[in-house]
Design a binder for this molecule. Structure first.
Ligand code: PMP
Length: 385
């Protein structure tokens, strides 16, 4: 039966299944894989956070909360944003993960025919949600000019791309999949380009904790026309809790809230209480420092076999696929299949990009798994050289 025979909406028919679904299928069949394909922290959540969630459930916090989430938790999030960026957005809405915030922001801002500027490479969800809204996606290129240099924004390119139809200029720093952190000037330039044509900046800051360079900047510092999306999934090790937040001007956050009322209703109540009780007391620095060490390990051990741009944030590295002496690159399918034959799971770069030149390694893994994965990668580099 064709999808059109079932009666699926045109909206859903426009969405292709994830390019990395095959990896998940293979993973389910494999015994003891070396899994460097995962997009979540490898540690358990802080015990006091889990205790607070259990207590909240036992104490009866199992009912709906108000749509925007507990006012005290909203205030804590805004305090934190103000402390870090020196500006306090007008309003905050607790969301069902950053995914919930993304869906609500796109639905509230994008009409069919509107344009959204996404980075390339990008986190897979963005383009599908934009398609769902009938928007036209344009990509601004982040690839470095030379192998091994940092992924960067070409502001002249962005300036040339924005038009009066541009509704959202999208920012994701630290980035999934590249691990790049945008420089202050790049963020400011993106905000200026958006402001010039009256567009909004939507900023996915889910990896903000995992930043290994000084001077992390957010669009919040440069423009009021910004929806900032942040979350607890990665930093607190609780992706299954579905807890995130959106901040921004009240006029747009009110629209997100109305839509939340008729969709997600409210984020999970006991987890809101747990975060409210513990957020201010939990120091996440030791968790971040583990990843700082792991990214250094990976960079050191993959050199010189792979051209690798520095991972400045998140828990991803995005090396170039090997090339032989004639400069011909191995196809990502062949490379990933060869890795899988050696029990190593990684993700081909084409799942996140129009280009098929890189692959994503997640270092959210034990040092032991990381070392095993590095050994496989170094063998593959020799094999395909
Ligand atoms: N944005 C990025 C860049 C991500 O990597 C992810 C999770 N992989 C999300 C958003 C979604 O996160 P959440 O669990 O908060 O919905």
């Amino acid at each position: 039966m064709k999808p059109s025979d079932i009666g699926l909406s045109a909206r859903v028919r426009g969405i292709e299944p994830s390019g990395i679904r095959r990896i998940f299928e293979l993973m389910a069949e494999m015994q003891d894989p070396i899994n460097l394909s995962i997009g979540q922290a490898h540690y358990d959540p802080p015990p006091e956070l889990v205790d607070a969630a259990c207590k909240a459930m036992r104490d009866g916090f199992n009912r709906y909360t108000v749509t925007q989430g507990l006012p005290e938790l909203n205030a804590l999030v805004l305090d934190d944003v103000q402390r870090r960026f020196g500006r306090r957005p007008e309003s905050c809405l607790l969301t069902s993960g950053v995914s919930g915030g993304l869906l609500l922001s796109f639905l509230c801002l994008l009409d069919p025919g509107d344009e959204i500027l996404l980075p390339d490479p990008y986190f897979v969800m963005y383009k599908h949600l934009a398609t769902l809204c009938g928007a036209t996606v344009k990509y601004y290129d982040l690839y470095p000019e030379r192998d091994g240099e940092r992924f960067r924004v070409d502001l002249a390119q962005v300036e040339a791309m924005v038009t009066e139809r541009t509704k959202i200029v999208f920012v994701n720093s630290p980035s999934n999949p590249t691990g790049a952190v945008l420089r202050r000037g790049e963020i400011e330039g993106l905000c200026k380009a958006a402001e010039r044509v009256g567009a909004w900046v939507v900023s996915d800051e889910i990896y903000d904790l995992f930043c290994y360079v000084d001077d992390y900047a957010s669009p919040v510092e440069f423009t009021d026309r910004c929806i900032q999306l942040g979350g607890f999934s990665k930093s607190y090790g609780v992706p299954g809790w579905r807890m995130g937040y959106a901040t921004g001007p009240a006029k747009v956050l009110d629209a997100l809230k109305t839509l939340q009322q008729f969709s997600f209703v409210c984020p999970p109540a006991p987890f809101q209480y747990a975060l409210l009780q513990t957020m201010q007391h939990i120091d996440l620095t030791p968790y971040r420092e583990q990843y700082r060490h792991k990214r250094e390990l990976l960079a050191r051990e993959l050199h010189p076999a792979y051209a690798l741009s520095p991972s400045e944030g998140a828990f991803y590295a995005f090396p170039r696929l090997p090339r032989n002496a004639a400069g011909e690159q191995v196809s990502s399918d062949v490379f990933v299949e060869a890795a899988i034959a050696d029990k190593l799971l990684i993700v081909p770069g084409k799942a996140f990009s129009a280009r098929d030149t890189h692959f994503r390694v997640s270092f959210a893994a034990s040092d032991e798994d990381l070392q095993k994965g590095i050994a496989v990668l170094n063998r593959l580099a020799t094999k395909f050289a």
